[in-house]
Design a protein around this ligand. Structure first.
Ligand SMILES: [Zn+2]
Ligand SMILES: [Zn+2]
Length: 414
C-alpha cells in the first residue's frame, strides 16, 4: 500500500498532499519548493474523529511500526523474496489491535509535530522483535522448517511509526478514528505514565531547493533523491540535512537514449578472501576465464538505484555486476533524460549478500561462507547508463542487457 501524507507547507502553511516517499514539496500557493528531511524514523498519525465530549488534548497515541519493503532469504541454494507491507503494534499493550490493517491507506496521514496535543505512548517492544513477528507473515519466512535460511535481509522502502489515536471514557478505551471500544477497562493514569509529549526532533526538517553551486532552482522529477540543476549541470544528494554534490558519472549513449541510474558499490569484505573481481568470479563459480585484469580489479557490485520488483532487481544486479567491464568511463554530466534515483545507496548496500548469492552458479562455496561474510561500502557512486526503448523491454546500449519496460514505472524518458 502507498500512503499519502497531508504535509503543511513550511513556508505558508497550505496543505500539500504527497506520497510518503516523496521528499520534494511543491507549493502551489506560495510557489516555494522545499526538500523534506525526515528524522531517522518518520512519525505520522491517523487523524482522529472525536465525539464532542472528548478534547484533542485527552488523546493518547498508540505506536505502530510500519514495514514496507522486500525480505530476501537464502537457504544455500536459492535466493527467495517476499514483499512485506504491514503495520504492527509496538506498545506492548495487550488486547489492542495487532495491526492497523488497511486504515492508513484510506486516509491522509499527518506528520507528528511538537504541537500535536495528547500523549504519545512510548514504544516498548524493540523494532527488531516487531519486525521478526511481521516477517513471519511472509511466505519466505513462514513454514521455515521447509525453507530454512542461513541469511535474511530486509530492504526497507518505508520504515515509519504510525500512531493510532485513542481516548478513555468511563473507564474504557476507545479508538479515536472509529470510536469503537478497544478495551473495557483501562486506567488513564497508567496510560499517562507510559506517554510523552510530541517533540521538535520528531518533526521533518526542510531545506532550500536552490542549487548550492549557482543559486538557481533545482528539480527532481519523479520523486528522485537526486536534485538536478540544469543551469550549472550538477546533481545533488541530501546528506545529514544538506545537499552535497552527487558523485555521479554518465556513460554516453545515443542521441535519443534515456539514462537509468545504478549504484556502483566498491566493497571491502571481512570474513573471506573476496577482494578482487576474480575472487568474486571464482566464489560464484562463473563459467569464465579469469584474466589478469580481473585480478587487478577491486570487487564492486552494480545494482539498480531505482526501486523495482525483487526479481527484476536481482536479475539486473547480477547482469550488470557480471558485465561491468563492458562500460566505458563516464562523464560528469546530468544532461539528458534521467530516470529518477529512488533507492538510497544505504538500502542498495544492504542487498549485497543477497545479490552475491543470486549470482552463484554453484552454491557450494557460498553456502559455507555467507554467514561469516560482511561487506563495507566506502564511497557509493552513481553511474547512469544509456538505455533505448524496445517496446516491452528497455535495452542497455553497450551491453545489450534488457530490463522489462514495466519495471521502469515512470517510463524511460521523463
Ligand atoms: Zn506554501
Ligand atoms: Zn547550479
Amino acid at each position: 500500500m502507498e500512503l499519502t501524507v497531508a504535509q503543511p507547507c513550511p513556508t505558508c502553511g497550505a496543505e500539500i498532499v504527497l506520497r510518503e516517499d516523496e521528499r520534494l514539496l511543491r507549493c502551489d500557493y506560495c510557489d516555494v519548493n522545499n526538500y523534506m528531511v525526515h528524522s531517522s524514523l518518520p512519525r505520522f498519525l491517523l487523524p482522529a474523529r472525536l465525539p464532542t465530549h472528548i478534547q484533542q488534548r485527552d488523546l493518547f497515541y498508540l505506536p505502530y511500526l510500519r514495514f514496507k519493503g522486500v525480505v530476501y532469504t537464502y537457504g544455500g541454494q536459492k535466493v527467495r523474496h517476499s514483499i512485506i507491507d504491514t503495520t504492527r503494534a509496538g506498545s506492548g499493550l495487550e488486547k489492542i489491535p495487532l495491526s492497523l490493517g488497511l486504515r492508513p491507506q484510506v486516509m491522509n496521514i499527518l506528520p507528528v509535530t511538537a504541537n500535536t496535543p495528547g500523549g504519545f505512548i512510548k514504544q516498548s517492544v524493540a523494532a527488531k522483535t516487531v519486525f521478526k513477528e511481521a516477517a513471519k507473515l511472509t511466505t519466505v519466512v513462514s513454514g521455515s522448517r521447509k525453507n530454512k535460511f542461513i541469511h535474511m535481509a530486509f530492504i526497507g522502502e518505508s520504515l515509519s511509526r504510525i500512531y493510532l489515536p485513542v481516548y478513555c471514557h468511563r473507564g474504557a478505551l476507545y479508538d479515536g478514528v472509529t470510536r469503537r471500544m478497544l478495551l473495557e477497562e483501562v486506567v488513564s493514569d497508567n496510560l499517562e505514565a507510559l506517554s510523552v509529549a510530541g517533540r521538535k526532533e520528531w518533526e521533518p526538517k526542510f531545506i532550500s531547493t536552490l542549487c548550492p553551486g549557482c543559486g538557481d532552482p533545482m528539480e527532481a522529477a519523479g520523486g528522485s533523491l537526486v536534485m538536478i540543476c540544469t543551469n550549472c549541470d550538477s546533481g545533488w544528494l541530501e546528506q545529514g540535512g544538506r545537499f552535497e554534490a552527487a558523485d555521479g558519472l554518465t556513460v554516453k549513449g545515443s542521441a535519443d537514449c534515456g539514462y537509468v541510474p545504478f549504484w556502483y558499490l566498491k566493497t571491502t569484505t571481512a570474513g573471506a578472501e573476496l577482494a578482487s573481481f576474480a575472487d568474486f568470479l571464482e566464489l560464484t563459480n562463473q563459467p569464465v576465464m579469469i584474466r589478469k585484469s580481473h585480478r587487478e580489479k577491486q570487487l564492486a557490485f552494480m545494482v539498480p538505484a531505482f526501486k523495482a520488483n525483487p526479481r527484476t532487481y536481482l536479475q539486473a544486479a547480477r547482469n550488470f555486476t557480471l558485465r561491468q567491464g563492458l562500460f566505458p568511463d563516464g562523464e560528469r554530466t546530468f544532461k539528458g533524460h534521467r530516470y529518477p534515483v529512488t533507492m538510497p545507496s544505504g538500502e542498495a548496500a544492504q542487498s549485497i549478500k543477497s545479490v552475491l548469492a543470486f549470482c552463484a552458479v554453484s552454491h557450494v562455496k557460498i553456502r559455507e561462507l555467507i554467514g561469516r561474510l560482511s561487506f563495507t561500502v566506502a564511497a557509493p557512486k552513481l553511474i547512469y547508463l544509456p538505455f533505448r526503448d524496445a517496446g516491452h523491454d528497455v535495452i542497455q546500449e553497450q551491453s545489450g542487457i534488457s530490463i522489462s519496460a514495466a519495471a521502469l514505472k515512470y517510463g524511460l524518458k521523463m
